[in-house]
Design a protein around this ligand. Structure first.
Ligand SMILES: C[S@@+](CC[C@H](N)C(=O)[O-])C[C@H]1O[C@@H](n2cnc3c(N)ncnc32)[C@H](O)[C@@H]1O
Length: 227
């Protein structure tokens, strides 16, 4: 798979004010993070959890408070982001991998839960399809894959409307317009979102059953799929 060579450096820089920037720049960010624990089936008790693109650890922090005895594996291309996680989770059983998903050695039947928040839209459509297969094979039987993301392709007829609403949201938090300009620069350079209808097909092809969208506001989606 082709790698986005600069994404690690982009997120090293982004790590400085990451959470407040995400809350102000990503509609429903807090809900899309809390969804990772809110919508898990009752009595689901994962022992082994993998997060792809952990960033500064907001999703793992949620999961650790629910499943303190689980073993966590956190993967991220950004060394600075992983450093924030190392500090935050120093008292927990966490394995860190400073790696691109494309280089990460997914082992078969290893995890009960695999999560990804706002990280898979950095992959091309082909890479997404490959990683869905790797995720499926790395899950144990009955395991769950869940992810939050913007799920609309840039060619979708609704994309201009999405950009308008998104811009209004960001400008309401950062009225000087500079932050929205930065978001659009980042979006043009690094983001390759795909329609959720397409992703549902890819997930089925990768072997997932029972795929649903427990939270969806427009194209901001939290999706869950069972192996
Ligand atoms: C927008 S942040 C999301 C962080 C966190 N999951 C959250 O929800 O707040 C995306 C993260 O994915 C990482 N990332 C993006 N593409 C990646 C890739 N191909 N391989 C590894 N990490 C990647 C970035 O370095 C960044 O830390």
């Amino acid at each position: 798979m082709k790698k986005e060579k600069n994404i690690a450096l982009e997120f090293d820089e982004f790590s400085k004010n990451y959470t407040s920037d995400m809350i102000g720049c990503v509609p429903h960010y807090t809900k899309l993070v809390s969804s990772f624990t809110e919508y898990l089936p009752e009595n689901f008790n994962p022992k082994s959890i993998l997060e792809l693109g952990c960033g500064n650890g907001n999703i793992t922090a949620q999961l650790i408070s629910h499943f303190p005895n689980a073993t966590f594996t956190l993967v991220d291309a950004s060394a600075e982001m992983l450093e924030l996680c190392r500090k935050q989770f120093k008292d927990h059983h966490v394995v860190f991998s400073n790696s691109y998903f494309q280089d990460f050695p997914f082992k078969e039947e290893t995890y009960d839960l695999i999560v990804a928040g706002f990280s898979l839209h950095h992959l091309t459509n082909k890479e997404k399809q490959t990683v869905f297969k790797q995720i499926n094979s790395a899950l144990k039987e009955g395991g769950i894959f869940s992810y939050s993301d913007l799920m609309i392709s840039k060619t979708n007829p609704d994309h201009p409307k999405l950009l308008k609403q998104w811009g209004d949201f960001v400008n309401a938090h950062f009225p000087d317009g500079e932050k929205w300009a930065w978001v659009m620069e980042h979006y043009a350079a690094y983001d390759k979102p795909a329609d959720y209808t397409l992703q549902l097909e890819w997930l089925k092809k990768a072997g997932f059953s029972s795929i649903h969208l427990p939270f969806q506001k427009g194209f901001w989606v939290y999706l869950q799929a069972e192996k």
